[in-house]
Design a protein. Structure first.
Length: 330
C-alpha cells in the first residue's frame, strides 16, 4: 500500500515537470551520458524509474542498441507515447512495473537511474537500483551515477528563525508569545527542505555516508550511524544542521576511490549550498532553541538515519549533539 501511494505520487505531471525543469539535474545527466557514449553506443541500457523517459531517450540518442525504461507509476503510459512520437520504439522499451517485478530476458551493460531523494536517501529508491544491478548488470558494466556522498554541516540562519518564531512576540502590537512553543514545534519538528547560502554554513562539511553504487548493499542502507565533530569557524547562533549530497558519474574502474575529485574528468551533480540550486535544495534540521557558539567552539555528536519500519521509503533521523558543555537529542 505504501508503495502504491509512492508510485501514485509520481503519476502527477507536476513532479516530472519540476525534475525536468531542474537544469542542473537534467543537463548533468545528459552530459554524463555523452561523456560515457563510448560505453553506451551499441549496448543495452536499463533506466530504473524512467519517469517520462527522458534519460532513456538521451541514451538512445547516444547510440544505445536497446534501452529498457522501467517505470512503476502510471506515467509509464505517457513515456511510451513520448518514445513512439520520437520514433524510438525500435530502441526504447517501456516496461510498466516495479523493477523487482518486470521480466527482462538479457543482461544489461549500463544501468542509469535518477534515484536520489531529499537528504539523498529519502524514498530509498537506491535499493531498486541495487536489485537491478545484482540481477541484470554484466560484470564490468557501468552504473550512472556511480558514487554518492551525503554531507552535513552546522548552520546559522537567524532570518529563518525570526520569520517563523520571533514574529509571535509582537503581532500588531499584541504579545502572542504564548504561541511560541507551538510555533517551534510546527516549524522545527520535522526536517525542512529549503535553500541556504554558503554564508549560513559554520564549518567545513562532514561526510555522513559515502555510497559506491557498484558495491553498496541494501542492508547497509537500512541504518547508518556516524559520529561527527566540528569546530565553528565563527561566533554565531547555531540554529541546526544542513544536509546535502553530490553524485559522481564514474566508470567501474574508479570504484575504490574514496576522495571526491574536482577535475574535468569527473562529472559531479552537487546540491551543496555554494553550488547552483537544484530541486533537492538542502535539508535542514532546526533546533527548538539556538545555541550561541564562539569561534573554534567544538560541536560534536552522532547521527543515525534509519529506514522506517512501517514504511521503508521514509527516513527516521536520530540526532545527538553536544556543545558548550550541554547535550541535546533531536
Amino acid at each position: 500500500e505504501f508503495d502504491r501511494a509512492y508510485f501514485q505520487s509520481y503519476s502527477h505531471v507536476g513532479i516530472h515537470e519540476e525534475m525536468i525543469k531542474d537544469r542542473m539535474r537534467t543537463d548533468t545527466y545528459r552530459a554524463a551520458i555523452m561523456r560515457h557514449q563510448h560505453f553506451i553506443a551499441g549496448k543495452v541500457v536499463m533506466d530504473v524509474g524512467c519517469g517520462t523517459g527522458i534519460l532513456s531517450i538521451f541514451c538512445a540518442q547516444a547510440g544505445a542498441r536497446r534501452v529498457y525504461a522501467v517505470e512503476a507509476s502510471e506515467i509509464a503510459v505517457q513515456a511510451n507515447e513520448i518514445v513512439k512520437e520520437n520514433d524510438l520504439s525500435d530502441k526504447v522499451i517501456v516496461l510498466h512495473g516495479r523493477v523487482e517485478d518486470v521480466n527482462i530476458e538479457e543482461k544489461v551493460d549500463v544501468i542509469i537511474s535518477e534515484w536520489m531523494g531529499y537528504m539523498l536517501l529519502y524514498e530509498s529508491m537506491l535499493a531498486s537500483v541495487i536489485f537491478a544491478r545484482d540481477k541484470w548488470l554484466k560484470p564490468g558494466g557501468l552504473i550512472l551515477p556511480s558514487h554518492a556522498t551525503l554531507y552535513m554541516a552546522p548552520v546559522t540562519d537567524s532570518e529563518r528563525y525570526c520569520d517563523s518564531i520571533d514574529f509571535w512576540r509582537d503581532v500588531y502590537g499584541i504579545d502572542m508569545s504564548a504561541m511560541l512553543p507551538l510555533a517551534k514545534q510546527c516549524a522545527f519538528e520535522e526536517p525542512v527542505v529549503d535553500t541556504i547560502s554558503g554564508e549560513n554554513v559554520l564549518t567545513w562539511p562532514f561526510v555522513v555516508k559515502y555510497v559506491d553504487c557498484y558495491t553498496v548493499t541494501a542492508q547497509e542502507l537500512e541504518s547508518i550511524t556516524t559520529k561527527y565533530r566540528f569546530a565553528s569557524m565563527m561566533q554565531a547562533p547555531l540554529h541546526g544542521f544542513a544536509f546535502w549530497f553530490d553524485v559522481e558519474f564514474n566508470g567501474p574502474m574508479h570504484s575504490h576511490r574514496k576522495k571526491r575529485v574536482k577535475s574535468d574528468e569527473v562529472i559531479v551533480l552537487s546540491t551543496a549550498p555554494e553550488d547552483a540550486p537544484t530541486h533537492w535544495k538542502q535539508t535542514m534540521l532546526y533546533f527548538y532553541e539556538p545555541i550561541e557558539v564562539k569561534q573554534d567552539q567544538i560541536i560534536e555528536g552522532s547521527i543515525t538515519l534509519s529506514q522506517s519500519k512501517e514504511n521503508v521509503r521514509f527516513l527516521n533521523i536520530h540526532l545527538e549533539y553536544f556543545s558548550g558543555g550541554r547535550s541535546f537529542v533531536k
